[in-house]
Design a binder for this molecule. Structure first.
Ligand SMILES: Cc1cc2nc3c(=O)[nH]c(=O)nc-3n(C[C@H](O)[C@H](O)[C@H](O)COP(=O)(O)OP(=O)(O)OC[C@H]3O[C@@H](n4cnc5c(N)ncnc54)[C@H](O)[C@@H]3O)c2cc1C
Length: 499
């Protein structure tokens, strides 16, 4: 039997700066493969729009690999069954891949693959995709380790790999997936070529506007890098973007680099404690919220009666991407005002994002729901956010046509029209607010405060901080590490109400 190394592509769909590829081709022929795992794709966090992006990235990767000698092999099914099929035709010397910092299922899948490889006496070598580390990790050293890994040189793509005699397989038809085939007309196209185009456009034309436009729902669409889906699917390596940002020594590039660091900081938490995908950081916040399918549905389709929330949600549904502040506001509204469990609203949001990245996503969902106990809680006021980031209501009018004729004075609070022009209000074909903002905000704030006053709360919180907390925010850290925990608890976790 011919000896080969399997090069197992997962969410690292590129040949440039790909350490696994570089190492795999050193001593044997390589069999580059991507496996479509239907159990993973059928999770309620996955969607047709993500598959669309992934499919385009696979086509691009297959073309790149074909150009250097061996097309990408594609199979659908269970990884171990497919590796068994390969081992019946070749002698597998090693499996080379990046470490997947994914979700609970990919974590469990990797454990099974490891057992299989051990049983078969096949070496499985994994390389770091991001600066996220497995095993016992001392949080105090994380920054240093991150830095060291980030400073490694970029790896050139090989000029040639030897071809292998094995059926390359086809990309399966969309109908094999269980998700609804909804459209997402505004989403970015997948693949490294498109990712590089976006990256060059951002650095050449938009970097100077980055910090000033980052929170505007309209302007951020062009001025944010929107590289997140290319990072999540691995079409571009994080290091590659970092190197590029390093060329420009200004505040905008520094701001971008700090966000690229957050990327790994958040994923590290889920890597250290994979259960955080389902369970609260702090156990005292478990099961405090109530399912309500009707509210969840109205929020998800952008029919809450709050114009800025609805405009943002409809824009996200159309484009598969929205900026950080808006994501935080949408989540805050679902968790505090609608009091929905973050697991439910978080899954809805995950499906909408073409950049769904479990480590960032579930951390952020918990942060914006106040369940971590180690972050400042922010309850966003959607009316204030609308007035700040869409003062004339142009974005609202674009996405909520029901309000296109309403005057600027009422665009953020159409219900006020009832007081001044009853006739116009009765004609308005727009849903009435589904919740009372001041009351629901107050209730949420009191609920969280009550929980922080329960016996033992701060002791648990301190342990959470030691395991997961960022060591960069010195003032908060000092307070958490001080012995005066009880006395300081109110300022430490002050609830910021943006009313
Ligand atoms: C509730 C919620 C859910 C989120 N879910 C995801 C998700 O599934 N996938 C995802 O990539 N991001 C997620 N984010 C973080 C952030 O909103 C996006 O990374 C960012 O909006 C992507 O746009 P961009 O590429 O233009 O970012 P830029 O501002 O151009 O930043 C460049 C890169 O830095 C990283 N980054 C930026 N902001 C953050 C952040 N706050 N936390 C961690 N990394 C960051 C991303 O990799 C991003 O692509 C979420 C935020 C919230 C509040």
């Amino acid at each position: 039997m011919k000896e080969i190394n399997i090069l197992w592509f997962k969410k690292d769909l590129r040949i440039f700066d790909n350490e696994a590829l570089c190492e795999a081709k050193k001593d044997h022929k390589i069999l580059p493969i991507y496996i479509i795992e239907l159990d993973i794709w059928s999770q309620n966090t996955h969607s047709f729009r993500q598959w669309g992006f992934c499919k385009e990235s696979l086509i691009d990767l297959r073309n790149e690999l074909t150009e250097i000698g061996q097309p990408l092999i594609i199979r659908t099914g269970n990884v171990i069954n497919i590796f068994d099929e390969i081992s019946s035709k070749f002698k597998i010397k090693g499996i080379y891949s990046h470490q997947e910092t994914g979700d609970w299922l990919t974590y469990k899948r990797d454990q099974k693959v490891r057992e299989w490889a051990l049983r078969k006496n096949i070496m499985w070598k994994e390389f770091l995709q991001f600066s996220v580390f497995r095993g016992n990790l001392d949080r105090n050293n994380w920054s240093k380790k991150w830095q060291k890994n980030n400073e490694k040189n970029l790896i050139k793509a090989p000029l040639r790999i030897e071809s292998i005699n094995f059926d390359i397989g086809e990309i399966p038809p969309d109908k094999i997936f269980s998700f609804k085939q909804e459209s997402c007309p505004g989403r970015l196209e997948g693949g490294r070529k498109k990712g590089l185009e976006r990256m060059h456009y951002f650095f050449n034309k938009k970097l100077n506007f980055y910090s000033q436009d980052i929170s505007s729902p309209e302007k951020s669409f062009d001025s944010c890098s929107r590289l997140s889906p290319y990072i999540s699917w691995g079409c571009i390596s994080l290091r590659e973007i970092f190197y590029r940002a390093d060329i420009y020594k200004n505040n905008n590039s520094r701001m971008l680099k700090s966000r690229l660091t957050w990327h790994c900081h958040f994923i590290q938490k889920l890597e250290t404690e994979p259960e955080l995908e389902f369970k609260e950081f702090h156990p005292y916040f478990q099961d405090i919220r109530t399912n309500n399918n009707e509210l969840l549905y109205l929020w998800s389709i952008g029919k809450t009666g709050f114009p800025f929330i609805d405009a943002c949600m409809r824009s996200l549904n159309f484009n598969g991407w929205i900026n950080f502040r808006i994501r935080a506001m949408l989540m805050s509204f679902a968790s505090y005002n609608l009091w929905l469990p973050w697991q439910e609203s978080g899954s809805e949001l995950a499906r909408k994002f073409i950049d769904y990245e479990p480590g960032i996503h579930w951390n952020q969902c918990q942060m914006q729901s106040g369940t971590t106990s180690i972050n400042t809680n922010r309850i966003y006021n959607p009316i204030k956010q609308g007035k700040d980031h869409d003062p004339q209501g142009d974005f609202i009018k674009k996405w909520v046509p029901e309000l296109k004729d309403i005057s600027e004075s009422f665009i953020h609070e159409p219900w006020l029209l009832n007081k001044f022009n009853k006739e116009e209000y009765t004609k308005l074909n727009y849903i009435k607010p589904i919740v009372d903002i001041p009351n629901s905000t107050k209730k949420a704030r009191n609920m969280l405060k009550e929980i922080t006053q329960k016996d033992g709360y701060w002791e648990i919180s301190k342990k959470i901080y030691l395991k997961h907390g960022s060591r960069k925010r010195k003032t908060i850290n000092k307070k958490i590490n001080s012995n005066k925990i009880k006395k300081e608890r109110d300022i430490q976790y002050e609830l910021k109400l943006e009313l």
